[in-house]
Every structure is written in C-alpha cells, then in structure tokens.
Design a protein around this ligand. Structure first.
Ligand code: CS2
Ligand code: MG
Length: 409
C-alpha cells in the first residue's frame, strides 16, 4: 500500500479548520485535524510545503515510523505548528489503518475499557441567574459534568462567557476566536477574580447541591501563589478540577500550588509533547492531562502520555472545544474509550454548519460520548460543503491589565 496524495483542506463553516486528507493507491483515505486556532495557515503551509512531499510513496501502515521520521527529520523539534502538522498525519494514518482492518480505531488501541465517555459542557453567565440557566440547559442536554465560568465585576470582557459574544442569535460556538484582521483586546483583574469566584461556586452548590461534578478554567491567568489561594478558597465547593491555574512552562510552579490545596488540577491544552508534562506527571503535580490529539502530535503520542500518566494515577481530561475539529475530537474519543485511566472528555458540540462539513458517527447520549464503530475514526469530510466556506482571518483575543501590561488570556 502506498500514499499517492495528501491534500490540505482549509474550511471555515462556523470557524476555521485545517484538515489533512491522505489517499492511498488502494483508494482508501484518512483524515487528520491540523487546526491551530488563530494560526491555521501556518500549519497548512507546514503541511503543504514541507510534509506532503515526504509522505508520497510511503507505506501508510508505518504509523510509528512516519511519526518518528517527521519528528526527528525536521531537526527543529516540538512547537505548536510542527506538532499540529504531525498530528494530522498520525490521525489520518490511524484512520486508514482502521478502514483497512475494518475496525474502529479504539479497537486497534486495545478495545473499549468503558461503554462511553463522560463529558463536560461549558455553562457560563454574565451573572448568577444567567449562569444557573446555562447550567440547567446543560443538565437538560444530558451533561453529567459542568464547567462554570462567569463575568467578573469590573472586568469588561472575560474568557468563556457565552452571552458576552452571543450576537444576532447565532449559536454561540463558544470559541471566542473572532473573525477580523486583528485580535480583540480584552481586560483582566486577577484580584477581582479571586474575590468573586468563591461566591459564585457557593451559589452554584446551594442551588445544584453538593454532588454535581463542577469544573473551572483559570485559563493561565494567575501566579502560582494566586492559584494556590484560589484552589484553597474553592475546596469547600469540591471541584472536579481547576484547569490551567497558572502558566505551566515552568512545571515547578505547580509544586507551590500543590502544597496549598487539594483541589484537583488539570493542565496541558497548550502542550505539544510529553516533555511538557514530564515533571507534572512524575511528581504528581496534576490530576488530569488536558492534551488534545490535534496539538499533541496525534493519537500515537496521546496514548503514550496516558500510559506514562497511568503509572502515577493521573487521568485524561482531553481538550475538546470547538477549535478541535470533529476529526480531532473523534481521534481523542477513540483514545479515551480504550485507555484505562480515562477521566472526562470536554465536549463542545460543534455547530450544525460544521457538522454539515464533517459527517461523523460520534454520538452524545445521556451525557456519554461514543466515537461510533465505523472503521477508522468515523468522520468523513464533505469537500463540496467545505469549499462553500472559505478561510476567514480570525484571532483569539488577548489581555492587557489596567496599566496596559500584557497578560495571559
Ligand atoms: C479552553 C479552550 O476549552 C477550554 O478549556 O481553554 O477553549 C481555549 O480557549 C481554546 O481552545 C483556544 O483556542
Ligand atoms: Mg482550557
């Protein structure tokens, strides 16, 4: 079997997606997600200009060797663009292998370890009543785990609050990347946030009871001691996890947070290789691995990092917002179904328009996700539909503090 073509398809139904489609001489095709929110064309170019020529004539069954070839032959290792490009190749080759074997990818990874994947959705509100409505809506949709984000008094625009950007009734795809030639500036005030959040969770617990698994995303904005303070102040509300509590390039920073709080910690959506997790896993500084197949080099390394994490009783919490395409989401759902140390899967349902481009077998029923049993990943790209939605420049927002200092968004 030989690879005879590899096409990069950029489409923008509800937001921009980059998809790699690999075709073999037997006519079998495979898909991989290469979407890097706000930097999509960099990955498309990396694939088209530097990876595709290396794939032609290769045996698509050699997934591990292809991954190692693309990773080591580049010389310049790691990074979000490189690893998103390699991820797309890896996913597409697993898709092909499953189709040739007549098996869904999870069967090739050891078979199902559970009947489905517990999923969490993103509840949010500009105030408590709006937040409660959003939580109720997600519970009615069947979610068993709920992420809680709210506006912060005194802060104009905050990450993750749907109603803030809901306009003209268009379904909020949650992903705050706004289309336009320049990114949108937002503001931030950590002290206001630290003062406000415990009251929000107290209100949620009083309204929805003590058992509902609640998550929160700090989105990289606190110093380690601020993250420790928040983790400690949220302990009475028994969170399922506090995510991205502090930037984790300095993995040692989590030692300080861990010393002060038992609130479970989830980190890793911006990571792209196992080395980003090494200390965090080895010293058990986190409880959940937040990697996404698309940003982490694909299915192969995602399974490897979870096997490493399993030795330290650390579970998965794979990143699944709408800027991971249905292909990327399916890829990690197959991994999540197969591994023993599954934790929870983030699931932001894509819009109908996106789903008209990516035809998929994934189901979400009674709060449980399943990738389906179609051979391969279970996603097909409708290229005619994709062509109807050309790329549009879009950027994630960024943060400045009141004095104009750049801050993490
Ligand atoms: C967020 C992401 O879902 C999450 O946990 O951190 O939606 C993140 O904001 C986006 O992936 C950025 O593109
Ligand atoms: Mg996050």
């Amino acid at each position: 079997m030989k690879i005879i073509a590899a096409d990069v398809i950029v489409t923008s139904p509800s937001r921009n997606f980059v998809t790699l489609k690999i075709t073999t001489n037997d006519g079998v095709t495979g898909l991989g997600d290469a979407t890097l929110n706000g930097r999509e064309l960099a990955v498309a170019a990396y694939l088209r200009e530097h990876i595709v020529p290396l794939l032609l004539d290769r045996d698509p069954h050699r997934i591990e060797d292809t991954w190692q070839f693309l990773y080591r032959s580049a010389y310049w290792r790691r990074g979000s663009v490189t690893m998103a490009a390699i991820a797309a190749v890896d996913m597409a080759l697993w898709d092909i292998k499953g189709k040739v074997a007549g098996l869904p990818v999870y069967q090739l990874l050891g078979g199902a370890s559970r009947t489905g994947l517990a999923a969490y959705g993103h509840a949010s509100g500009r105030d408590i009543p709006e937040l409660f409505d959003s939580i109720k809506m997600h519970l009615e949709d069947g979610y068993t785990h709920i992420r809680v984000q709210t506006s912060i008094p005194g802060v104009r625009a905050v990450y993750g609050v749907a109603a803030q950007t809901q306009s003209s009734g268009e379904r909020y795809d949650y992903e705050p990347a706004s289309r336009g030639a320049l990114p949108v500036e937002e503001d931030w005030d950590t002290r206001a946030y630290l003062r406000h959040l415990p009251g929000v969770f107290e209100a949620v617990r009083n309204e929805f009871g003590p058992t509902l698994p609640l998550l929160h995303d700090g989105h990289h904005r606190m110093t380690p001691i601020q993250a420790a303070k928040l983790g400690k102040s949220l302990e009475p509300f028994d969170l399922f996890w506090l995510e991205d509590c502090t930037p984790a390039e300095n993995q040692e920073a989590l030692r300080l947070v861990r010393q002060h709080t038992t609130t479970p910690l989830a980190i890793g959506e911006v990571f792209n290789t196992v080395w980003d997790f090494q200390l965090l896993i080895r010293e058990q500084l986190i409880d959940y691995v937040r990697a996404a197949s698309t940003h982490f080099g694909g299915i192969s390394p995602l399974k490897k990092v979870m096997d490493y994490a399993a030795q330290y009783q650390i579970k998965s919490g794979f990143h699944g917002p709408t800027d991971v395409s249905p292909v990327g989401l399916a890829a990690q759902a197959h991994v999540g179904l197969a591994i023993h140390n599954f934790g929870v899967q983030e699931y932001m349902a894509h819009s109908d328009r996106t789903n008209s481009v990516f035809e998929q077998t994934m189901t979400f029923k009674d709060g449980s996700l399943h990738p389906g049993d179609a051979p391969g990943l279970g996603v097909e790209l409708n290229e005619e539909a994709a062509a109807a939605f050309p790329y549009q420049q879009a950027y994630l927002p960024y943060n400045r503090l009141a004095d104009g200092t750049m801050h993490d968004w």
